[in-house]
Design a protein around this ligand. Structure first.
Ligand code: OOG
Ligand code: MG
Length: 262
């Protein structure tokens, strides 16, 4: 850690105020170039604590920047991890108020729900698959609090990896009934195909992202809980959305899930 507890608290407050006030900010490493990874996750933890103190409930975890398409789009070289609360969860087919978001984008995700808690270190794809109850289709709505979606990895970790909304749906499938690497993913916006991919775009196998998350948490004495959605990361580039847009995602064998922006 390089930042003081006060600085961490005030950066968390600032980012949360930007989220709630729907306004953007320059990336925080501009003012704090020396901040380290522990500082970044400590700011994220402080944001989670503030949300829980306001009555939000933990509702899952997310991996981000796990596909080359996403890393290239955002100019970063490694995955990052964040949290989900019930305030971010939207019902299948629901309408999202775009005015509550700064500059939302959508991305297609393969979502895991575990039947057993998973704890690193040493977690790997087979351990994830053995602990998985089912997989689902999900659309994540990301909304970086940083101006023009421009950030570096430490800034985006502090900003809870741009988490804003998510929806899961379609058909829950046991992972042993599928080859998650070859699952086809098609996302449409207003009836036009805007993103195409396959599960292997996520670190070669989406379960590898969940294993990385377990190992990341294990280093901090934490684990992935059972029974909540774990987003394995956008399979393709994220796509900007505007009021009036309708987004639908189809994942082979996992059915469809959709969202609207008002
Ligand atoms: C960071 C969040 C990335 C994903 O699935 O890759 C993410 C961002 O691109 O703003 O959620
Ligand atoms: Mg994502």
């Amino acid at each position: 850690m390089t930042l003081s507890a006060n600085t961490i608290a005030s950066l968390a407050e600032h980012l949360e105020a930007c989220r709630l006030g729907v306004r953007d900010t320059p990336k925080i490493t501009d003012e704090h170039p020396g901040m380290d990874w522990d500082d970044a996750y400590a700011i994220q933890d402080a944001i989670l604590a503030a949300q829980l103190a306001r009555g939000a409930k933990p509702a899952g975890l997310k991996c981000g920047l796990t596909s080359h398409a996403k890393m290239k789009q955002m100019g970063v070289a490694e995955p990052a991890f964040g949290f989900l609360t019930d305030e971010f969860a939207v019902a299948e087919g629901a309408e999202i108020a775009a005015r509550d978001l700064i500059h939302p984008k959508v991305e297609p995700e393969i979502v895991f729900v575990l039947e057993r808690e998973l704890k690193g270190p040493g977690c790997h794809i087979a351990a994830v698959l053995a602990a998985t109850d089912f997989v689902l289709a999900g659309i994540e709505v990301i909304d970086s609090r940083y101006r023009d979606f421009k950030f570096d990895l430490k800034s985006v970790i502090a900003d809870n990896t741009s988490a804003a909304r998510f929806v899961v749906g379609g058909r829950a499938m046991r992972p042993d009934a599928l080859d998650l690497r070859t699952l086809g993913v098609v996302m449409e916006k207003n009836g036009q195909v805007v993103a195409l991919g396959a599960g292997a775009a996520v670190l070669g196998h989406p379960a590898a992202a969940v294993a990385m998350l377990a190992n990341h948490l294990g280093r901090r004495g934490r684990s992935i809980p059972a029974g909540v959605p774990i987003l394995s990361g956008g399979v393709t580039e994220a796509v900007a959305v505007a009021p009036g847009d309708h987004v639908s995602l189809r994942i082979q064998h996992l059915g469809s899930v959709a969202l609207r922006f008002a």
